[in-house]
Write a protein that binds this ligand. Sequence first.
Ligand code: FES
Length: 68
Amino acid sequence: MYVCLCKGVSDRQIRQSVDDGARSWRQIQNETGCATQCGKCACVGKQIMRDAVREAMVADVESLAYAV
Ligand code: FES
């Protein structure tokens, strides 16, 4: 779904940025342009980023647990 109508950014693009290594809202903004115009999408965009980062961190911990 589209999160940012001004810049045409979807939740999938935000998740992809996190998968590619972005871990801060600033990085997401630089890579996608989300919330760089009117800013009304910032809360939703940040929440999607937080969820994606949490999922990525859990996956990292799980992969470490299997490595031990
Ligand atoms: Fe995202 Fe306007 S809706 S900057």
